[in-house]
Design a binder for this molecule. Structure first.
Ligand SMILES: Cc1ncc(COP(=O)(O)O)c(C=O)c1O
Length: 359
């Protein structure tokens, strides 16, 4: 039976990327060695990092003066590296859920933190950004509750941030749509949703944004170290970086970020439309402009809640994997990252409709 992988992360990767990764584990690009056993310093691997950085820049239209780094530690380490490197006195954060909260908690260890607004089931936009903040931090996609900052709301943020540097956690929507990188000083995220297996973190950083804090920054936590070392200051996560490169090549070959945005839009419309018209289910996010295209959360309507386990079993028997909602939300969550195709979402829609006929 074909399996449809809706896991929230680590999550689905393109079939061909997984196959080519498996091939490289046996024989890395015809070198007669596994990608697992080559030195990162070897002449074999430098081109991988160079091409991954170049493709990332090309696909997202990253302007001159930025670097793309591939680091360890996950997005969670960035919650601390960002304030370590950037927070001198005061930072502003938009709290859109669990991940923003974790970022806020770390920042509080370094200075004053202003939480400009908070909501888990919509994206607030009635707030000011303090113009004396060292930076303003946003989480563009709320993986757990299923909200996402729309292009329109991002444009509002760009307009009202003034000269305040903007920093974004894009763990769960990177490369899912075009983004105006020039508006940001730092964009970071764990790669295990739209790019690679777990183990590598991407950081897109404007080189000129550093040097504004006077504290000692431990070597490994200092962005400058990794800029100077070209992501090779210490042994990098070689295999996830190689897979990230394969995913970037896949994205480019298929038409790039505009192509994937159109496909992601079509998938989200298909599933939300089914849920909006469903007898049994309802999406949890009612504000349509704030709905995530990546993580689509839904629950059973009042009166039907008892069907929770039954539907889960029904869907599992039809190949749906990873659709259980996060424990904070309950119900179901279908994560429709870049590698999920329209056919997969259609299979879930068919499954929901088939189930409805039984009730
Ligand atoms: C939006 C967001 N930020 C941060 C994280 C944490 O990432 P990591 O596990 O790489 O530290 C996640 C993980 O799911 C996430 O979804």
């Amino acid at each position: 039976m074909k399996k449809y992988n809706f896991n929230a992360g680590p999550s689905i990767l393109p079939d061909e990327v997984i196959k080519k990764t498996a091939e490289a584990v046996l024989d890395f690009e015809g070198q007669g060695l596994s990608v697992l056993e080559i030195s990162h310093r070897a002449k074999y691997f430098q081109p991988v990092v160079d091409e991954a950085e170049a493709l990332f820049k090309e696909l997202l239209g990253v302007p001159e003066g930025y670097r793309v780094l591939f680091l360890g530690g996950g997005a969670s380490l960035q919650f601390c590296m960002v304030p370590y490197n950037m927070l001198a006195t005061k930072a502003a954060y938009l709290n859109t859920g669990v991940w923003s909260k974790k970022a806020i908690k770390e920042a509080k260890g370094f200075g004053e933190v202003i939480e400009v607004a908070a909501s888990t089931n919509s994206i607030p936009n009635e707030y000011d950004i303090p113009q004396d903040a060292d930076y303003f931090h946003i989480t563009t996609n709320n993986t757990i509750f299923g909200t996402e900052i729309s292009d329109a709301k991002l444009a509002e943020i760009y307009a009202k941030k003034g000269e305040v540097p903007l920093i974004a956690d894009m763990s769960s929507d990177i490369l899912s749509r075009p983004v105006d990188v020039s508006q940001y000083d730092i964009i970071y995220g764990g790669a295990q949703k739209n790019l690679a297996p777990a183990g590598v973190t991407f950081v897109i950083i404007k080189e000129s944004c550093l040097g504004r804090v006077s504290r000692y920054i431990p070597t490994m936590l200092n962005y400058q170290t990794h800029i100077d070392g070209g992501s090779m200051f210490n042994t990098p996560p070689v295999l996830p970086i190689y897979t990230a490169l394969l995913t970037l090549r896949w994205l480019k070959a298929n038409g790039g970020v505009k192509w994937i945005e159109a496909r992601n839009k079509a998938k989200a419309e298909l599933l939300y439309d089914c849920l909006d018209h469903s007898k049994l289910f309802t999406p949890t996010i009612m504000a349509k402009e704030d709905r995530s295209r990546m993580n689509i959360c839904f629950v059973l309507k009042p009166g039907y809640e008892d069907l929770q386990d039954d539907f889960f079993k029904f869907a599992t028997e039809r190949g749906m994997v990873g659709i259980k909602g996060h424990r904070l939300v309950g119900g179901f969550r279908a994560s429709c990252y870049n590698a999920m195709d329209v056919e997969g979402v259609q299979a879930l829609v068919n499954c929901i409709k088939e189930y409805e006929k039984l009730h």
